[in-house]
Write a protein that binds this ligand. Structure first.
Ligand code: BES
Ligand code: MN
Ligand code: ZN
Length: 508
């Protein structure tokens, strides 16, 4: 879809639909809409007076203009109360409007970009475009659609009232399009079937992303892992017919003067539980146990175009977790890359085993920060539900930055504790640690397990088990993979400022 930015006025815009957003408490038509209202014979004021449109968040009404004005139709969309406006409400309203237009099979539309109190025009443009692009995503890879069933909107125009900000808005639109495309890529591979999106498939995708961009991409295969002693990922993959892959991506590798951020994503391309087999109910969702991996790949896709100044490393351990005669067994003791031994009490707690190797591998980059994303525990979903990812970490400054980035893009995180007492729950009597705690606090004991492999760098772990998919359509994310992590990491990276030595203090 092409997105244009131009200066213009609503009533003269040649488009199928002109979208105008209004607040719930609109008493009087905003002055900038007076001309349009008048020219259209009072369409807007009539709708408000008759209460056919009240401006509630995500309320829409579309009416033909019968050639009184140039746009063929006028759509009003509600933003809710003016005092409660947020970037996400703009995103939602834009997404809702775009979906209506998509369902009516209209080919183009224009939106009036207005300034709101306390929100910059850049942020309004960013939220609108993001809302539209994310909302229109549809996963059709496995559908045999007939040509006429394909719904494509060709053009979307942002109408700006002030000429002097055209350039700025255009650049915001370009960046937002880059990020939305990366999110769509991530959602696609998370939605794909486990038998298609294998470790080898993800490795090939990583190579494609890196190609021609100056990003370095290296894939470690089984022999490399054996040489290094990556006992975590090697043992998890033992039951599978698919070979494991460890993806390494590096952006800006020559610029060592900038902070080095390492991002790690759990890449279990199918989690059956292994010998500690899961029950059948909901097992199909475990094709998406690589949502963390997909978020890291999507982030690199965005970064390759946005070109931020940080030195960014991506580490993505990829494996299946399957039962078989050669599979890892409950009770086995394995040795991870760090040299630590792990008593594997439950083979379904596999994510932490592959992540342990990745966290140890991160050390060689002398990272300023390490962030991992993983669909790690069902227990995190029990604790926080589906509206926040669980956040853990050893550095307050880093957690603060992640929290702020999460609020801006609305991929929110909520912190859970890593107190010493919880570490006590993963002590093993026969190995250095065991891979599960007791019945309670499962998200925390899983994070503690990861924390045991963190050696002297600021680190944060995001448990995205509750946020990697939505079970029902939301205003701008359709049922299925959300692509969580991409917008959060991109926001964090784009806002990244070098950490001072004082800021790098870690808490034991
Ligand atoms: N991939 C799962 C966690 C998961 C569950 C993600 C639901 C998304 C939705 C993970 O590998 C797992 O199986 N965790 C176990 C850990 C347990 C064995 C300690 C869990 O949460 O039940
Ligand atoms: Mn598992
Ligand atoms: Zn898993």
């Amino acid at each position: 879809m092409k997105i244009s930015v131009k200066s213009g006025i609503a009533e003269k815009e040649p488009t199928e639909v002109i979208i105008i957003s209004l607040f719930e408490d609109t008493k009087k038509i905003p002055s900038e809409l007076n001309a349009c209202n008048k020219a259209s014979g009072g369409i807007i004021s009539n709708l408000l007076e008759s209460k056919d449109f009240t401006g509630k968040l995500n309320e829409t009404i579309m009416i033909p203009t019968y050639r009184k004005i140039i746009p063929k139709r006028l759509m009003l969309v509600g933003l809710g109360k003016s005092t409660e406006l947020s970037l996400d409400k703009i995103r939602q309203a834009a997404g809702t409007a775009a979906r209506v237009i998509q369902s009516k099979r209209l080919k183009n539309f224009s939106v009036l970009l207005n300034k709101h109190k306390n929100i910059s025009i850049d942020d309004v443009a960013y939220s609108m475009v993001e809302g539209v692009l994310l909302a229109l995503y549809n996963f059709t890879m496995y559908k045999t659609l007939k040509k006429e069933e394909k719904i494509d909107i060709n053009n979307f125009t942002l109408l700006v009232q002030r000429k002097d900000i055209l350039g700025k808005v255009k650049s915001v639109v370009k960046d937002t399009q880059i990020v939305a495309e990366a999110v769509s890529f991530t959602r696609d591979i998370v939605n794909m079937s486990g038998s298609d999106a294998t470790p080898t498939f993800l490795a090939n995708k990583a190579k494609e992303i890196a190609k021609g961009t100056g990003i370095k991409c290296r894939i470690l295969s089984k022999p490399d892992m054996l040489k290094l002693g990556m006992g975590g990922i090697l043992n998890v993959s033992r039951g599978s017919a698919q070979p494991p892959k460890f993806i390494i991506l590096e952006y800006n590798f020559k610029k060592k003067t900038n902070d080095t951020l390492v991002i790690i994503g759990k890449g279990i391309t199918f989690d059956s539980g292994g010998i500690s087999l899961k029950s059948g109910k909901g097992m199909d969702l475990m094709k998406a146990d690589m949502a963390g991996a997909a978020a890291v790949l999507g982030t690199f896709m965005a970064v390759s175009h946005l070109k931020p100044s940080t030195h960014l490393v991506g580490l993505v351990p990829c494996s299946e977790n399957m039962p078989s005669g050669t599979a890892l067994k409950p009770g086995d003791i394995i040795k991870c890359l760090s040299g630590k031994t792990v008593e594997v009490v439950n083979t379904d707690a596999e994510g932490r085993l592959i992540l342990a190797d990745a966290i140890s591998y991160a050390k060689r980059y002398k990272p300023d920060v390490v962030i991992d994303l993983a669909t790690l525990t069902g227990s995190c979903v029990v604790a926080l539900g589906t509206f926040a990812s669980g956040m853990f970490g050893n550095n307050d400054k880093l957690k603060d930055r992640i929290k702020k980035a999460g609020e801006k893009c609305y991929e929110r995180v909520w912190e859970l504790p890593l107190w010493d007492e919880y570490y006590g729950l993963i002590k093993s009597s026969i190995a250095d640690i065991k891979n599960i705690g007791g019945r309670y606090g499962g998200a925390i004991t899983a994070a503690c397990f990861l924390g045991k492999f963190v050696e002297g760098f600021p680190w944060a772990h995001l448990d995205i088990a509750g946020t990697f998919l939505v079970e029902n359509d939301t205003p701008y994310i359709r049922k299925g993979a959300t692509g969580v992590g991409v917008r959060l990491l991109v926001q964090l990276i784009q806002d990244w400022k070098k950490m001072s030595d004082a800021d790098k203090k870690i808490k034991k």
